[in-house]
Structure formats: structure tokens, C-alpha cells
Design a protein around this ligand. Structure first.
Ligand code: SAH
Length: 214
């Protein structure tokens, strides 16, 4: 399947919808306008690709709702050349948004099947980042420190290890909470020992799990 004028038209409607929901950052909206989200979904869901909804992507996981992706990305405040660590690669859609924003993207996924699938798929449609199979709670010490960290699964608490791997002046966006309800948190690292934390509304994510499967 390819991209088409029909898909572009549907994307424009999606972007208009996000503007109505108060997404303001032009670069974020432009990234969503560019990415062929229908290619990220199983064929059975293609007709729904440009509705503002989350969808199953296999292995019991979901591709986040476009509004959630836009909201988290806007809050993350990504600048070109930033080193960004994403926890929860999933379909790779969020990673593609970060790539378009000219970040250097490192993305971790704990489910091997999804990791393998997305590592092949994303470059095949022109988006590039470094894919890591592992446990997001541990971060990626080898490539730390990061300018930005984004967690795209519901974290029961803010992992200290990820704060350690942030640069001073760096920011982390993380949905915190058990079960189906999370509160979006923005953590800013002020010094080696201080952070400032603000909250930004309610969302619903699949859980951030610890040990790898198998
Ligand atoms: N960013 C994704 C959203 C995927 S849903 C997208 O744009 O499609 C969240 C993902 O987080 C799932 O794929 C899940 O397997 C993964 N995940 C959950 N716990 C994790 C952990 N501890 N480390 C890395 N990934 C994790």
C-alpha cells in the first residue's frame, strides 16, 4: 500500500482536529501531516488510521492516539540535534515524529517481535533512529546523557535511572500511574540533585513493564 491524495486529505483533517484540541506547535503538526500513519496499522484497521484514536499493533500493544503523540511531543520541546531517548518503540510512529523534528533518536522496546518488526519497517519508509531491544527502566547508559527522554507507556513511578541519564537542563515527559489512568508529568533536571516536576492532565497508556518477556 502507498500514500495517496486520499490519505493526505484524511491527514489534513486529522491535523485540523488536533489544532481544535489546542495542539499549537507547527513543527509537530507538520510531522503528523507528513507521516503515513496508515502504513503503521494492521491492514484491518487502515480505514481508521486517521481518526484520533489508539489502535492495536500486535503483541497486545497499541499505537498511541495522535493527540497523545502530539501532546507529549509538544511538551517535550525537541530541538534539532537533540539526543532523545524514547521508552516504548511500539509501532515506531512516535520515533518517526522525533526523526522529522531532526532529533537523534534512540528507542527501546521490550517485546522482541515488535522490536524486530519496527526496526525493519521504519527505515523502509524513510525514518531513521537507533533501535534497542531492552528494558526501558534501565535506560541506555552507553549513550547517556540525553537532552530529552519520552516514555510512551504508563510508568508506575518516575524511574530514577532515567533522571540520572538526563543532561542538566534536560526534560523528560512521562505518563505516571497504574492501571488505565496516567497523569502526564514533565520532569526538568535543574542540577545533578534537583528536578522540577509539573503535571499536565490525564491520559491512558499500556503499562510500562519491568523484566523483558521470556
Ligand atoms: N511509541 C509507541 C507507543 C507504543 S505502546 C508508538 O508510537 O507506537 C508502548 C510500548 O511500550 C509497547 O510497545 C510496550 O511493549 C513498550 N514497553 C512497555 N514496557 C517497556 C519497558 N520497560 N521498556 C521498553 N518498552 C516497554
Amino acid at each position: 500500500m502507498k500514500d495517496s491524495f486520499l490519505h493526505k486529505g484524511l491527514r489534513k483533517k486529522l491535523v485540523d482536529d488536533l489544532v481544535k484540541k489546542e495542539i499549537k506547535n507547527d513543527k509537530v503538526l507538520n510531522a503528523i501531516m507528513q507521516i503515513p500513519r496508515h502504513l503503521f496499522l494492521d491492514n484491518a484497521f487502515v480505514n481508521f488510521a486517521y481518526q484520533d484514536k489508539a489502535f492495536p499493533i500486535g503483541s497486545g500493544q497499541t499505537i498511541s492516539q495522535p493527540y497523545t503523540v502530539a501532546f507529549q511531543t509538544e511538551l517535550l520541546d525537541v530541538k534539532p540535534f537533540h539526543k532523545v531517548l524514547e521508552i516504548g518503540t511500539g509501532s515506531g510512529y512516535q520515533a518517526a515524529v522525533l526523526d522529522i523534528l531532526e532529533a537523534q533518536v534512540f528507542t527501546i522496546e521490550r517485546q522482541r517481535d515488535l522490536f524486530k518488526k519496527t526496526k525493519e519497517f521504519l527505515p523502509s519508509i524513510g525514518y531513521h533512529c537507533m533501535f534497542i531491544y531492552g528494558d526501558g527502566y534501565k535506560g541506555l547508559p552507553k549513550f547517556a546523557p540525553f537532552d530529552r527522554v519520552i516514555i510512551t507507556c504508563g510508568a508506575p513511578f518516575i524511574p530514577d535511572e532515567l533522571i540520572n541519564q538526563l543532561k542538566i537542563g534536560g526534560k523528560m515527559v512521562v505518563p505516571v500511574g497504574d492501571g488505565d489512568n496516567q497523569i502526564m508529568h514533565l520532569v526538568e533536571k535543574i542540577s545533578e540533585t534537583e528536578t522540577s516536576i509539573t503535571t499536565h492532565g490525564n491520559f491512558s497508556f499500556v503499562p510500562m513493564l519491568d523484566n523483558k518477556e521470556n
